[in-house]
Design a protein around this ligand. Structure first.
Ligand SMILES: Nc1ncnc2c1ncn2[C@@H]1O[C@H](COP(=O)(O)OP(=O)(O)OP(=O)(O)O)[C@@H](O)[C@H]1O
Ligand SMILES: Cc1ncc(COP(=O)(O)O)c(N)n1
Length: 268
């Protein structure tokens, strides 16, 4: 029997914790066949990003077309797109209806604090790509940049999810990877589902090993969509997947910085 197929359009993390590597591990863990179009190489480890080498936009498009022309892709996830030109090229493919169940994770900065997107691309995300996404999944910091607001409380997170939705995506998630002032010991994400907002919650895990949480959440959402889940079910499944992967890797020591997640439940 054929497995469902998903495509990730993202950057490579040589350290294996985030980007394409996190996405393919997530797809495999969820029993989805993963394909990939690499937008940029990063020389990166758990401690930081040492260099970025963006692929020419035409070659990113060539990779996407090679996959779509041949394989039955059921859902697509975008991660680090690196340049405004690549954001616009991906948006053009979305406009043409070539990117089914599109999950857009607007990666801007790594967990180590290094920039992964040229500033000129922020407007392209907002104006060109978001309107064609099934769901957009910024973390609080990314939502602040995209909306030009400050998110301090849970109420702010709800307002931001609504404001992002107003930019035209089918749904929006404002992820709260870092504890909000009023979130207690929960990791709270706020979803605007096209009509209303609601919260996804999981226990907050006190660990430095959160490299790749954002990538894995978006990839898991795409994996569930490729399997035919509706968006609400896909997001709940992604939240549970990441919560388990963060808990599993909480105490291991892989690298000196923000370590990776336990995608395969090795520590369950
Ligand atoms: N320490 C943690 N414990 C539990 N869940 C977490 C933790 N860190 C992140 N998450 C969850 O992982 C998912 C992705 O989070 P988020 O996108 O904020 O991480 P991120 O993109 O790695 O953020 P950043 O790059 O700012 O660290 C969200 O569902 C979030 O709630
Ligand atoms: C190539 C690449 N893509 C994305 C991220 C963001 O990672 P995180 O999921 O920790 O925010 C990263 N550090 N590197």
């Amino acid at each position: 029997m054929n497995p469902p197929v998903a495509l990730t359009i993202a950057g490579s993390d040589s350290g294996g914790g985030a980007g394409i590597q996190a996405d393919l591990k997530t797809f495999a863990a969820l029993r989805v066949f993963g394909t990939s179009a690499i937008t940029a190489l990063t020389a990166q480890n758990t401690a930081g990003v040492r260099g970025v080498h963006a692929a020419p936009t035409e070659f990113v498009v060539a990779q996407i077309a090679a996959v779509l022309d041949d394989l039955p892709v059921g859902a697509v996830k975008t991660g680090m797109l690196a340049t405004a030109a690549t954001v616009e090229a991906v948006a053009a493919l979305a406009v043409a209806g070539r990117l089914p169940h599109l999950v857009v994770d607007p990666v801007m900065v790594s967990s180590s604090g290094d920039r992964l997107l040229e500033p000129a691309a922020e407007a392209a995300y907002r104006d060109r790509l978001f309107p064609h996404a099934a769901v957009v999944t910024p973390n609080k910091r990314e939502a602040e940049v995209l909306l030009g607001t400050t998110i301090r409380s849970r109420a702010d997170q709800h307002a931001a999810a609504r404001a992002l939705g107003a930019l035209g995506a089918g749904a929006a998630v404002v992820k709260g990877g870092h504890p909000a002032g009023d979130a207690g010991d929960l990791a709270v994400d706020v979803v605007w589902d096209g009509i209303d907002t609601y919260e996804l919650t999981a226990p907050w895990v006190d660990t430095p090993n959160t490299h790749g949480t954002g990538c894995s959440f978006a990839a898991a959402t795409a994996a569930h969509l490729a399997q035919g889940a509706d968006l609400r079910t896909a997001l709940a499944g992604a939240k549970a997947f990441v919560a388990r992967a963060v808990a599993g890797g909480a105490h291991w020591h892989l690298g000196t910085g923000h370590g990776p997640l336990d995608h395969f439940g090795w520590n369950d």
